[in-house]
Write a protein that binds this ligand. Structure first.
Ligand code: HEM
Length: 514
């Protein structure tokens, strides 16, 4: 990766609050705070016609790396700047909580890590993080392989039948990845085999129902589900509560079993063995539910977009398959072989750069604060009042023309250039030396210009689990099959909720490799 000069005309005056009448109105509606910040003047239809992060990107190029987005009485500060992101996520992390996101997720995840209040979060994070220790991850590689094997067997049967007389099959890979990721999270986190690759069950249906509702809530601006009686009156809320009960009953049983038996290698086993005495079952259930939701769609999305990108780049696809053939040599994947799958690992992180999951991080200021000056924000930084809602746009950071060459192109090789020039005050450039031994590029190497798993104390706890899981699944799939998109890439439209996914599935033609 080569760094370009920021190229932003700092002499150009920022759009002032009183540039035009509509701006005045917008700011009055927004409560008149954040007075010097540039304001995005988007029509509200911008928010519904296409995924929100597209509009946020256009406004980022127009207004700079910190701007205010106001619609109706509500306003958000949109941050697309590594220096400001580093400040919010790491340097002053405890001045912020998850705001709107916690409000949406609390009914589902209770006091799980994502929506938990600060005190609960501190206690649980201390207990859960060591659960992802090296031996657990090592044991998980076998779970990833076993589950991927099942998916491949199913796909082999489909291609064998060859709906098109040529030993190929048309498959919605997004759905297959979703089932695969669900099976892996079930076995890895609470030793439960959903086997969703092969069958449907009430629990699986309930999990998908709950995820669907979480997704719907994340795109719905009025929390109508908090209104009294909706739980009983609104059919979609009744269904949601009955799905939740099915999952909670299942998790309660698993917790009970884990307390009575002693065999498996799951995260639940670790949590029960290490800290069984000082945690109640309700908290354990919230922890499991949080990890089920946080670790499922995200990983499925990484696999979906990796295949989408590779299928449009046949040379890179062949390079990936050549690496897989030489490293695996038709044998099973082991931890040692994973280390040698360097190109596959870079494909996974490049897919996360182009399609970050989630594309936005959400925060709310607990106290008044002053943001630092960014590379393209006000030099002195902005004062923000308590209660300010912030969208940290990972999508904008990852596609920022100020930090990446050809930001919209798929180039896994970009991460192999060891050092990036650094010419932005307050940002220390790309340097793998800052994270020695890291198998995958991360936020430390990029000094917060690359944030696939967030950063600071609330960084994803499952990052290594997810990266290795994706590498195993992708390598096993591409080792066995040639994959082509069915139809043009433009037909694969995007929609977003918590993650970026396709509108109608990732339909591909799979052909067994010889
Ligand atoms: C938090 C991404 C997989 C569990 C996060 C955050 C990101 C993220 C960006 C930070 C959110 C924020 O700061 O607001 C991803 C991606 C994944 C993935 C891209 C897959 C490729 C997983 C897996 C698990 C998991 C597999 C568990 C098994 C969590 C939890 C948190 C979290 C519990 C909250 C941490 C806290 O607040 O302390 N994830 N994640 N994630 N993730 Fe992941």
């Amino acid at each position: 990766v080569r760094c370009q000069s920021p190229g932003v005309d700092k002499t150009k005056p920022k759009r002032s609050l009183f540039d035009n009448a509509s701006n005045v109105l917008t700011n009055l509606l927004a409560g008149g705070s954040l007075r010097n910040m540039p304001v995005a003047e988007g029509a509200v239809t911008d928010l519904f016609d296409r995924p929100l992060f597209y509009s946020l990107y256009d406004w980022f190029l127009e207004h700079g790396s910190v701007y205010k987005l106001a619609f109706g009485p509500k306003s958000f500060v949109v941050v697309s700047d590594p220096i400001v992101a580093r400040y919010i996520l790491r340097e002053n992390a405890f001045c912020y909580d998850k705001g709107v996101l916690a409000e949406i997720l609390e009914p589902i995840m209770g006091k799980g890590l994502i929506p938990a209040d600060l005190n609960t979060w501190k206690q649980r994070r201390k207990v859960i993080t060591p659960g992802f220790h090296a031996l657990f991850i090592e044991a998980m590689v076998r779970v990833f392989t076993k589950c991927s094997d099942r998916t491949i067997l199913k796909l082999e049967e489909l291609t064998e039948k060859g709906d098109h007389g040529d030993k190929s099959a048309i498959v919605n890979l997004e759905e297959e990845f979703s089932n695969l990721a669900l099976d892996i999270i079930g076995l890895g986190v609470f030793n439960f085999d959903f086997d969703s690759v092969n069958k449907e069950s009430p629990v699986i249906k309930a999990v998908y129902g709950t995820l669907f509702e979480a997704e719907h809530r994340s795109t719905f601006y009025i929390p109508y589900w908090n209104l009294p009686l909706t739980k009983w009156i609104v059919p979609r809320q009744r269904k949601f509560h009955s799905d939740l009960k099915v999952i909670n009953d299942c998790l309660d049983n698993l917790i009970k079993n884990a307390k009575e038996t002693r065999q498996d290698a799951s995260l639940l086993r670790f949590l029960v063995d290490m800290r069984g005495a000082d945690v109640d079952d309700r908290q354990l259930r919230d922890d499991l539910m949080t990890m089920l939701i946080a670790g499922h769609e995200t990983t499925a999305a990484v696999l979906t977009w990796s295949v989408f990108l590779l299928a449009q780049n046949p040379t890179k696809m062949r390079k990936a398959q050549a690496e897989i053939d030489s490293v695996l040599d038709n044998g099973p994947i082991t931890s040692d072989k994973l280390k040698k799958l360097e190109y596959i690992r870079l494909i996974i992180v490049e897919s996360l750069r182009l399609y970050p999951q989630p594309p936005l991080l959400i925060r709310r200021a607990l106290r008044p604060d002053k943001l630092p000056g960014g590379y393209n924000g006000a030099k002195e930084g902005y004062e923000i009042p308590a209660g300010t809602d912030i969208f940290l746009s990972i999508y904008n950071l990852h596609r920022s023309p100020y930090f990446w060459d050809r930001p919209n192109e798929f180039e896994p090789e970009r991460f192999t250039v060891p050092k990036m020039d650094e010419n932005i005050e307050g940002w220390s450039g790309f340097d793998p030396g800052r994270s020695p031994g890291a198998m995958y590029p991360n936020e430390i190497i990029a000094d917060f210009a690359f944030l696939p798993f967030g950063g600071g104390p609330r960084k994803c706890v499952g990052d290594q689990f997810a990266l290795l899981e994706s590498t195993v699944a992708l390598a096993m799939l591409l080792g066995k099959f040639d994959v082509e998109l069915r139809g043009s890439p433009d037909e694969v439209e995007m929609v977003t909720g918590a993650t970026i996914h396709t509108k109608n599935g990732l339909w591909c033609r799979l052909m067994k490799r010889t």
